[in-house]
Design a protein around this ligand. Structure first.
Ligand code: AKG
Ligand code: FE2
Length: 263
């Protein structure tokens, strides 16, 4: 589906300027793996360009996270209240970019477990197989296990489908869907912005309340601030717990808390 009212050519131009400016550092702000600190010369994902903190970097990104279809998708799939977790640009480098099959959150294990996140890709280029368009395994959001438990990492999957869609389209998916970015064979550009929404009860990758400039925060409406979890009344993120979120005890106690609250 091509989204009207979003200035994709402008966004594309700004993205290119940011890529030029940030180069290999792009995406470092949310080098998202707990406990890992990016080192000088270390690329966040060696086979792809990433950019993060887009809201801070240009006004053209302001309208992207409130695209109604994205919010409808979140409302439909995430039963609890949700908030923006991060918005990230990904572009495979020419000739490379293949990812292993994966899901972007802890997989659901039981049919009654809630869906915790929704991924929405706004395509800045046409997507097709040869330029490394995203591929998915239809129906895998109901498998209740991650791909590596079926032995799938980098190899082809018999049921894989390459998303073919024109620039300006949105791909919206349950975070439990098995998917991956592919090799950019023909070296034609293939960029998207991933608008990642999560249940408000799990970690927000970018702590917008602290990271957005005061000027920017003052310019957002109450509804936008709610979606960013950046109103005065929204809870502070405990930085110690966030940094240690992969710690066994932190994970266990979070899980227990959610269970106790029936979430
Ligand atoms: O670039 C793509 O097609 C997919 C990227 C992705 O799934 C990820 O980085 O988690
Ligand atoms: Fe992913």
């Amino acid at each position: 589906m091509v989204k009207k009212g979003i200035d994709v050519p402008l966004i594309s131009r700004v993205i290119d300027q940011l890529i030029e400016k940030e180069q290999w550092r792009g995406g470092w702000e949310a080098h998202d793996h707990a406990g890992s600190k990016i080192k000088e010369g270390e690329h966040p994902e060696p086979c792809a360009q990433r950019l993060n903190h887009l809201l801070n970097k240009h006004d053209c990104f302001r309208k992207i996270f409130t695209i109604p279809e994205i919010l409808c998708g979140c409302k439909l799939l995430i039963k609890n209240e949700f908030r923006l977790s991060q918005m990230i640009l990904r572009m495979p480098f020419p000739g490379t970019g293949l990812q292993p099959w994966h899901v972007d959150w802890v997989p659901r294990r039981k049919p009654n477990e809630p869906i915790r996140a929704v991924l929405s890709f706004l395509l800045l280029d046409d997507y097709y197989k040869e330029n490394g368009g995203t591929s998915v395994i239809p129906g895998s959001h109901k498998f209740l296990r991650p791909p590596d438990e079926d032995g799938y990492t980098y190899q082809e999957h018999p049921d894989q489908v390459f998303v073919e869609a024109p620039r300006g389209s949105l791909i919206i998916m349950d975070v439990n869907l098995w998917h991956r970015g592919n090799r950019n064979h023909n070296r034609k550009r293939r960029r998207h912005i991933n608008i990642h929404y999560r249940d408000r009860n799990i970690w927000q990758q970018i702590y917008f309340k602290k990271e957005l400039s005061k000027k920017l925060l003052d310019s957002f409406t109450e509804a936008e601030l709610y979606l960013l979890s950046a109103r005065d009344c929204d809870p502070e993120r405990n930085e110690w717990l966030y940094k240690n979120r992969s710690n066994f005890f932190v994970k266990k106690s979070n899980g227990l808390l959610l269970k106790l609250r029936g979430l």
